[in-house]
Write a protein that binds this ligand. Structure first.
Ligand SMILES: C[S@@+](CC[C@H](N)C(=O)[O-])C[C@H]1O[C@@H](n2cnc3c(N)ncnc32)[C@H](O)[C@@H]1O
Length: 276
């Protein structure tokens, strides 16, 4: 990407560089089975029209497109120029003509018109200034009987090694403060049930998604890759110093050599709600 394109890139607290783009891909792959069964249980099927809210580089968008097939439609909303371009290229390469990508700011821009059967929103409500406005805009985009599906954190600080590791617990606190400092709320899922019912939804399912992972397991790569990428980002944002970043990397490397190591992941709440 050229400097002039970089100048219009609308960044956010996690950044949108190539490493973060790749990390989002890994993250989607390890969560993929959970997500596919959630979508199916929520009723997304061939022919469905789905809104992908804050789609990133389009990893989930692609799976949604395959699930709804050529008779369905997926409309992806994303603010980052870089991510929207990556999503567009990926859909074109796969011939997924049922997808359209809209470069929008969820807070400031109108959503594209349409009465969708479902809206999918994962790890996005935690970054916006007003989750209430986000829920209202999603409600306005759904048909009556349509479903809003969220995967958002309800308790980010469940993320810890089972044995004591002060530096990794401090890292989790740094992550949470950086999101709050940028107008987000890591534990946004705690507020969603009320925001949804206020916006005319009926809650259908609320399922906690938490894992206890060990080094070498596929899901270990999810927290591991986030720690490495986000230490770089927190350094770039001036929220930690090089000494802290080094200590955190060393603590993780040491933990990975211990046979007793196990890590609890941040608690995600899966919410499916139906619009009246
Ligand atoms: C952690 S990523 C998740 C991406 C995708 N939902 C996924 O699960 O792979 C958060 C995404 O939200 C986007 N985002 C954050 N704030 C936004 C806003 N106000 N408008 C549009 N997109 C936003 C970011 O650019 C980023 O792509």
């Amino acid at each position: 990407m050229s400097d002039s394109e970089d100048a219009i890139e609308r960044d956010y607290v996690l950044g949108t560089n190539d490493d973060e783009l790749a990390r989002l891909g890994l993250q989607h792959r390890v969560w993929r089975d959970v997500v596919l069964s959630c979508w199916r249980a929520a009723g997304i099927t061939a022919g469905s029209r789905v809104l992908d809210v804050g789609a990133g580089p389009g990893y989930a968008t692609q799976d949604l497109a395959e699930l709804v097939g050529p008779t369905g439609a997926v409309v992806a909303l994303e603010r980052s120029t870089r991510y929207a371009a990556a999503a567009r290229a990926s859909m074109e390469a796969r011939g997924l003509g049922q997808v359209s990508i809209h470069e929008v700011d969820l807070m400031r821009d109108p959503f594209p018109p349409g009465r969708f059967d479902a809206a999918w929103c994962r790890w996005v409500a935690c970054f916006v200034d007003s989750p209430r406005l986000l829920v209202q805009k999603i409600a306005a985009s759904l048909r009556s009987g349509g479903v809003a599906i969220f995967h958002e954190y309800a308790d980010y600080a469940t993320w810890r090694l089972l044995h004591q590791s002060d530096v990794l617990e401090q890292f989790v606190q740094h992550v949470m403060s950086s999101w709050r400092n940028n107008g987000g709320e890591p534990n946004v899922a705690r507020a969603l049930p009320e925001l949804l019912t206020d916006a005319g939804f009926t809650l259908r399912t609320l399922i906690p998604r938490i894992h206890c992972v060990r080094p070498g397991e596929p899901l270990w790569e999810w927290p591991r890759s986030f720690i490495h990428a986000n230490l770089d980002r927190l350094l770039e944002l001036g929220r930690i110093d090089a000494h802290f970043a080094r200590s955190a990397r060393e603590a993780l490397a040491a933990a990975e050599k211990q046979p007793a190591t196990a890590m609890l992941t941040p608690l995600v709440l899966e919410i499916v709600a139906t619009k009246a």
